[in-house]
Design a binder for this molecule. Structure first.
Ligand SMILES: [Zn+2]
Length: 516
């Protein structure tokens, strides 16, 4: 915190001080060198004409009016402030947006970039990310850059936008868990799950040496407290404790290590990242990580009607477009039985492969599935008439617990075909589903809405519209990739839950086309 305040102040003065620079921050005043050159005096930011409450708005106006050509904003002062090259402002010069210190979450970084990138702008800003070579900053900047590139990808079609986005927010649940694991390892309460950077698993003394250095570093920045130097056989060994509130505070860790010498700073950061990567990788294997870009798959994907332009960036002429797709996820009886036949012909089939019926009735219906052993032996792939192959595989015991194998192909066929037919009209909960038409569970034919084209200028608006959604799963912004099956038209964009389409369009101020 101190470091960033200092950086800000030095930059502020070097650019010409209060005469030349609009300051939009949370600070109330500053120390200024006295005219005599001796000593410093405190100077409040406000004057008798402008109250402290209004000083940021006033400073913003001076910048937008072109009276000052440089603005410095801090996260604390910038809530709700827009500084884009607005067509209604006197100052329509192209903005160059420099970041001195990137926030630790990509979402917050994107929000900051949004300060200078809004609709109705005469030109789009140029972003410059400034960072040092130190582990923390460099790694993070590359992630933000990747994320920006992925948003760019939204405007230029697909460029395979790299790894998971949200997972790389260090201050996430995974980040907090990684921090605890690392601290416990350094405090020797638990072993570290990875070999620390610069150490070798064959030379345990290198790891021991790292732990001693890391512990001393954490002591020096005040994260490890109440240290005691042991006597006797553990002579020279430091022990201490990390208070509970620090144990989970990723922001504090990342800020505090910035004060350490580069070598140990980089090693601590690398260690934190490798533990985080490990946790994320494990979560992904277990299938409970919500990864960055989700592929929407179905046997048939068609574009419904003409995509609607819902927003236009006046400068570039690029537009935000709403695409509505119809998906058929179903598997016909013919394709299901062909799947099984081919498995058997290849000699790859196991004795448990085949059609099954659920042991229990669910809302008056039994459900039919095709199961066959996957490449991971002991696990079974499940194909359903309404929604196709499921992502989750089943163990043999779960399969046998919930389903009974059918020996009669005729019975399997009629059950399968019936379920295939019914699921085209209703969700799994039947005609009286409480969620009504929006419910997609088990529905074979689905409508999917995706916002494509230029996304960054409307990101905040969409975020706001989704935050008002009732269901938790509808509040999150999700980037999806979808491809039509007949003509391979590929769209990458933001998924808009069906229940939210109306409010998103409202927020975007979309008026129905006249010729509609
Ligand atoms: Zn339902």
């Amino acid at each position: 915190m101190l470091l960033s305040l200092l950086t800000m102040h030095v930059t502020f003065m070097q650019l010409g001080g209060p005469e030349k620079v609009s300051e939009i921050t949370g600070r109330r005043g500053m120390l200024v060198r006295a005219a005599s050159g001796k000593g410093v005096t405190y100077q409040a930011r406000n004057t008798k004409d402008v109250t402290m409450e209004m000083v940021n708005m006033h400073e913003k106006q001076l910048f937008m009016d072109g009276k000052k050509l440089v603005a410095i904003i801090s996260e604390a002062g910038s809530a709700g402030v827009s500084l884009q090259a607005d067509r209604r402002a006197t100052n329509q010069k192209r903005r160059v947006h420099l970041t001195l210190e990137l926030p630790w979450s990509a979402d917050r970084a994107i929000q900051q970039f949004g300060r200078t990138h809004r609709s109705n702008q005469a030109s789009a800003p140029e972003y410059r990310l400034l960072f040092t070579n130190l582990g923390g900053e460099r790694r993070f900047a590359s992630i933000v850059a990747k994320r920006l590139a992925s948003l760019g990808a939204l405007t230029q079609g697909d460029r395979r936008a790299g790894p998971s986005l949200s997972a790389y927010n260090y201050d996430s649940a995974y980040g907090k868990r990684a921090l605890v694991v690392m601290y416990k390892g350094i405090m020797e309460q638990d072993s570290l799950p990875v070999v620390p950077p610069g150490c070798s698993s064959e030379k345990l003394e290198t790891i021991q040496d790292f732990i001693v250095k890391a512990k001393a570093a954490l002591v020096s920045v005040g994260i490890v407290r109440d240290t005691v130097l042991a006597n006797g056989k553990d002579s020279g060994k430091l022990s201490g404790r990390i208070v509970d509130s620090d144990m989970h505070d990723v922001g504090r860790f990342l800020n505090r290590i910035l004060g350490l010498p580069p070598d140990i700073q980089n090693r601590l950061f690398e260690l934190f990242i490798s533990i985080l990567d490990l946790l994320i990788q494990n979560a992904r294997i277990e299938g409970n990580l919500d990864s960055g870009i989700v592929d929407i798959k179905a046997n048939v994907i068609e574009l419904q009607g003409t995509p609607k332009t819902v927003h236009e960036d006046q400068m570039s002429g690029a537009s935000t477009v709403l695409f509505t797709f119809t998906l058929d996820r179903g598997v016909t009886w013919e394709s299901a039985s062909t799947m099984l036949d081919e498995k058997q012909k290849d000699g790859l089939s196991s004795a448990n492969d085949g059609f099954y019926e659920s042991r229990r009735e669910w809302l008056g219906r039994r459900h039919f599935i095709l199961a066959f052993e996957s490449s991971a032996s002991g696990m079974y792939k499940i194909v359903r008439p309404a929604v196709g192959e499921s992502i989750r595989e089943m163990t043999l015991s779960e399969l046998k617990n919930k389903y009974r194998k059918l020996s009669s192909l005729e019975k399997a066929r009629s059950g399968w075909e019936d379920e295939y037919e019914v699921s085209s009209k209703q969700c799994m909960h039947g005609p009286n589903c409480k969620l009504g038409d929006y419910c997609q569970t088990g529905r074979r034919i689905q409508e999917v809405n995706v916002l494509g084209g230029i996304i960054l200028p409307v990101w905040g608006t969409i975020e706001k519209a989704l935050s008002k959604q009732a269901r938790q799963s509808h509040k999150r912004l999700r980037v999806v990739r979808i491809e039509t099956t007949a003509d391979n038209r590929r769209i990458v964009g933001l998924l808009v839950p069906n229940a939210a389409v109306e409010s998103v369009l409202q927020e975007l101020g979309w008026v129905q086309d006249i010729d509609d």
